[in-house]
Design a protein around this ligand. Structure first.
Ligand code: AMP
Ligand code: ZN
Length: 112
């Protein structure tokens, strides 16, 4: 989608540190990490937020979660553990409206 920063990352129009890619999804390091490991996993299809998941595009969400363990292994946090976070909308602080899942780890995480 035009003017979407994450679509531009997918299309290599702006640089990013990609850690995993396949035909449906891409994962890259967050430019402003909140933990030693902070990766964003996104669908290649532009889906604005979790509110825009439909019966048709929902399989990519399953694929993201099925691939998260592989990305955790790539990042070396599969044994120590991690958190997967999706911010949806204003109150959650979503700033980029191309749905993404934060994969966060590498230290003990506080909750909430
Ligand atoms: P959210 O607040 O859930 O919408 O998260 C957006 C995330 O995207 C933030 O953690 C930003 O640091 C990250 N971000 C924004 N622009 C870029 C970029 N060009 N490359 C990597 N991460 C980015
Ligand atoms: Zn997009």
């Amino acid at each position: 989608m035009d003017n979407c920063i994450f679509c531009k990352i997918i299309n290599r129009e702006i640089p990013s540190d990609i850690v995993y890619e396949d035909d449906k999804i891409i994962a890259f390091k967050d430019v402003n990490p909140v933990a030693p490991v902070h990766v964003l996993i996104i669908p290649k299809e532009h889906i604005a937020s979790a509110m825009d998941i439909t019966e048709e595009n929902a399989p990519v969400v399953a694929h993201i979660f099925n691939t998260a363990k592989k990305i955790a292994e790539i990042m070396g946090i599969e044994k120590s553990g991690f958190r997967i976070v999706n911010n949806c909308g204003e109150n959650a602080g979503q700033t980029v409206f191309h749905m993404h899942f934060h994969l966060i780890g590498g230290k003990t995480l506080l909750w909430p």
